[in-house]
Write a protein that binds this ligand. Structure first.
Ligand code: BJW
Ligand code: ZN
Length: 263
């Protein structure tokens, strides 16, 4: 395991990882709330996390939505507002940048769209996307700008009057089937599988590192501290993803100088 990084651009990667990167073709990045923390999106667990102040069963379950849809919408409107004004950070950009050297797949538990906005081409969103909504009655899709209720209360479907909800995956709900199947496929296909900024406690997403390992991938964790999954990794890099991911780009550039960015 490596210690804390010395700072942007000074981080030395473990030799084993550098060696793996020199022979790898396919990288998978499995990301969680921690990668967006440096953009200003709150994480769920740990000090200052969302679940310190709110109960997940009230805000992130269909039962909670059924009981108090106004409260759930108030919370999601606040989060839509936060996510609409944040920008991708150095960590998101580094993952997109690695496409100059590797086939890169992103599997994210985040709903904030920041990987796509950073330029990543293949992004599987396991827990939905904050910019979409659908009717809990008939399933009709509603982008944010077609929601009724004038920014307050519970928006209703124009077709069936059902309650519209954010297109995110709550506890007890199935993950989107195609995104899940593609993610399992990507995990089995990875040469190096990175877990970035996730506590690794929410299933079935947290089973993906194991899936990758069983198929022969080299497993790397990037997190500010140890997690439940740490013992399973080949390498754990402890520090901020906005520092460590650019360090991986620097190593990839040094391994493949002809592909270095010109500017
Ligand atoms: C940094 C950093 C920096 C900070 N740099 N790092 C098997 C076993 C046990 C339980 C289950 C199981 N199978 C299913 C379950 C139940 C449940 C579950 O897993 N519960 C556990 C919590 C106990 N799972 C489900 O219900 C799932 N569905 C399902 O299984 O369907 C099948 C089924 C159907 C019917 C009945 C039963 C089963 C669905 C899970 C949905 C999760 N939804 C949420 C909300 C999404 C929408 C929204 O955002 O509004 O997803 S909850 C929340 O947790 C969100 C996240 O995507 C998810 C994971 O959190 P994440 O990303 O790991 O964030 P944090 O905050 O936990 O961690 C951040 C990390 O970053 C920390 O480690 C920091 O140290 C680090 N960090 N700054 C690097 N700068
Ligand atoms: Zn409807």
């Amino acid at each position: 395991m490596s210690g804390p990084p010395g700072g942007r651009g000074e981080t030395a990667l473990p030799e084993t990882l550098t060696r793996r990167l020199s022979s790898a073709a396919r990288l998978v990045f499995f990301t969680g709330a921690g990668i967006s923390a440096e953009s200003g999106v709150p994480t769920f667990r740990g000090a200052g996390g969302i679940w310190e102040k709110f109960r997940p069963e009230d805000l992130a379950s269909f039962e909670g939505f059924r009981k108090n849809p106004g409260l759930v919408w108030e919370w999601y409107r606040m989060r839509k507002e936060i996510m609409s004004r944040v920008e991708p950070n150095a960590g998101h950009r580094a993952i997109a940048d690695l496409e100059r050297h590797y086939h890169v797949t992103v599997i994210t538990q985040n709903i904030d769209n920041l990987h796509r906005r950073a330029g990543s081409s293949v992004v599987h969103e396991l827990h939905g996307n904050i910019e979409r909504n659908y009717c809990s009655g008939c399933g009709a899709y509603y982008p944010d700008d077609r929601l009724e209720a004038d920014g307050e209360g519970v928006p209703r479907c124009v077709k069936c009057s059902g309650m519209i909800r954010p297109d995110v995956v709550w506890f007890g709900e199935f993950l989107p089937e195609e995104e899940w199947n593609d993610s399992v496929g990507a995990a089995r296909w990875a040469d190096v599988f990175f877990c970035v900024g996730t506590s690794g406690v929410v299933y079935p997403a947290a089973s993906l590192p194991g899936e990758a390992k069983r198929a022969g991938a080299f497993l790397v964790e990037i997190n500010t501290g140890p997690t439940d999954l740490t013992p399973a990794f080949d390498e754990s890099l402890f520090g901020a993803s906005g520092d460590l991911l650019p360090a991986i780009v620097a190593v990839a550039d040094s391994l493949s100088p002809r592909n270095m960015r010109k500017n």
